[in-house]
Design a protein around this ligand. Structure first.
Ligand SMILES: [Zn+2]
Ligand SMILES: [Zn+2]
Length: 190
């Protein structure tokens, strides 16, 4: 399946396709040592704070930085056991493109560490890799936007804002791009 443009992402399948394609690109361009044939992907609609996570088996005697002896894991055929990158739909909705891309790079580091060492964590090795890949050390979290503005005609989303701003305060002076209609504050502080 070919990935849609970022701005055209609508369904969960679109989001998965775009995110996988982006991760492949990061691997190519930045030399991330990850086997995608051993990675599953899923969309989480339940996560409340975590933007994404890597679900993986807990393995005995695994240490970040030490190559894991996959040969001794039954059923592995000497390869890393599969892990799952779980992407939170609401985080994608709350983030802009650069935040979402940084989230994916963060998770890629977890996958790289896990496939190499059998485990992963936010220690010094992660910090170094996060600097290489220009992402955050902390697992990205998200919050629901405080303000949501919609189009008064078609109810389409116009903007999300995390704090009060001119667009929110002076919304009577703006019109929606889609219909040229007044903006409605669909969500605000109560
Ligand atoms: Zn993390
Ligand atoms: Zn409209």
């Amino acid at each position: 399946m070919s990935a849609p443009e970022y701005d055209a992402i609508a369904t969960d399948e679109d989001l998965l396709a775009w995110s996988r394609e982006y991760c492949r690109q990061v691997r190519r361009e930045r030399g991330v040592d990850v086997r995608f044939d051993l990675v599953d992907w899923e969309i989480s609609t339940r996560a409340k704070r975590r933007a994404a996570a890597v679900k993986r088996p807990r393995l005995p005697d695994a240490t970040v930085g030490t190559p894991y002896d996959w040969d001794h894991v039954s059923g592995s055929d000497g390869r890393p056991l599969p892990c799952t990158v779980s992407l939170t739909r609401a985080a994608f909705e709350a983030f802009d493109r650069s935040e979402w891309a940084a989230t994916l790079r963060h998770e890629l580091i977890h996958v790289e560490q896990y496939q190499h060492a059998g485990t992963t964590g936010h220690g010094p090795a992660f910090r170094e890799r996060a600097a290489d890949l220009d992402t955050d050390v902390h697992c990205p979290a998200f919050a629901d936007p405080k303000y949501v503005l919609t189009c008064g005609d078609c109810d389409g989303l116009v903007a999300r804002r995390y704090r009060d701003c001119k667009l929110v305060r002076e919304r009577e002076q703006y019109r929606s791009d889609c219909c040229g209609a007044a903006l409605v504050l669909a969500r605000g502080p109560d």
